[in-house]
Write a protein that binds this ligand. Structure first.
Ligand SMILES: [Zn+2]
Length: 336
């Protein structure tokens, strides 16, 4: 069965951004230096304002929204640019066009913006773009690891559904588990497996299919009213890593690391996760990621207490006994 996505309007193609922006009428542009540098000299229809994304505090975003002229909002860039554009569009009810420059996260296909508020991340808003333009040439101009890391938030479905089942079995499920859930996740994971070689080679087909997965997952988050099927112990591991190390790495690579470790601990088809990562050529070796062995082990030791403190959903993370971690075994899951 071929995978068929639901979700926001999307247009796919090569070099489609320039025409779309030139025909957008009056607009403000929310962007970052790299993607804008690729298009700047080809855009005759100049933006009324250029806003660099970066600060995602609600205060800053509200100021931007208040001061924006009443014209179309265009987001061009990664997750931060998408989320900023979404906020201004939603607060002011202005038309929104999105041009993701990376397939790393699904921010262009989700309704809420990820705000950085009081040291944490909070999701708010309800954005619906008129169109998401997926221009493969923008993806191909980015560092390759930023593209191949894009599998992380799809691969997370493998560990997340299992966590949800664990919660259900432990009587700690807030969301109404059904036996349909593993089937839906499996559809995503099978499609990801099939398109992974195309992602590695940056083909039109591979990139389109990866974005179609993000589009459908974004739609499902809204339809279900939560992201339980997509976010579980692999993300909680990622958040713990950020707390323990005080830094982060590419989100999709960190989440993929979480999937490798947590799927193994769950006894949940670690091999398949490993194969998908191999096919997509997503970086996973600690050396390539610039991560130290101790950082992984320390994060895993901290996982159980952090996930309780943060009130994360019940998951495999609760079951990791910090005193019973086999360091070599865990590191061997990543260094192949
Ligand atoms: Zn994520």
């Amino acid at each position: 069965m071929t995978f068929k996505a639901q979700g926001f309007n999307a247009t796919y193609g090569n070099n489609i951004s320039v025409d779309a922006i030139n025909n957008a009428g009056d607009y403000i542009l929310i962007t970052q230096p790299e993607p804008w540098a690729l298009l700047d000299h080809k855009i005759d229809n100049r933006p009324l304002q250029i806003i660099q994304s970066g600060d995602l505090s609600p205060q800053h975003l509200d100021t931007l929204a208040k001061e924006s002229p009443a014209v179309t909002v265009i987001g061009l860039g990664g997750g931060g640019a998408m989320d900023t554009a979404k906020w201004i569009h939603w607060r002011r009810q202005l038309p929104l066009l999105q041009f993701p420059s990376l397939p790393s996260v699904d921010a262009c296909f989700t309704r809420m913006s990820a705000l950085r508020d009081r040291g944490g991340v909070r999701y708010e808003g309800d954005a619906v773009p008129e169109m998401v333009y997926v221009d493969f040439e923008l993806f191909r101009a980015a560092p390759k690891s930023m593209v191949t890391s894009g599998i992380g938030d799809v691969l997370s479905c493998q560990t997340a559904w299992f966590d949800w089942k664990l919660a259900h079995e432990a009587g700690k499920d807030e969301f109404g588990w059904t036996a349909e859930m593993p089937k839906i996740s499996q559809t995503y994971l099978d499609e990801l497996y099939l398109c992974a070689p195309g992602i590695a080679e940056l083909t039109d087909d591979g990139l389109r299919r990866l974005m179609e997965l993000h589009r459908d997952i974004g739609w499902r988050c809204h339809d279900m009213g939560h992201a339980r099927f997509e976010e579980g112990s692999e993300h909680f591991f990622a958040y713990t890593f950020e707390e323990v190390t005080g830094r982060t790495i590419l989100h999709g690579e960190l989440v993929s690391m979480g999937v490798l470790i947590m799927s193994y601990l769950q006894g949940n088809n670690f091999q398949r996760a490993k194969e998908t990562i191999t096919l997509a050529k997503t970086r996973h070796r600690l050396e390539e990621l610039g991560v130290k062995r101790e950082e992984v082990i320390e994060s895993l030791r901290r996982l159980q207490t952090y996930t309780v403190e943060q009130n994360h959903w019940y998951s495999q993370a609760r079951l990791v006994d910090p005193n019973r971690i086999n360091d070599d075994e865990i590191i061997s899951l990543l260094d192949w």
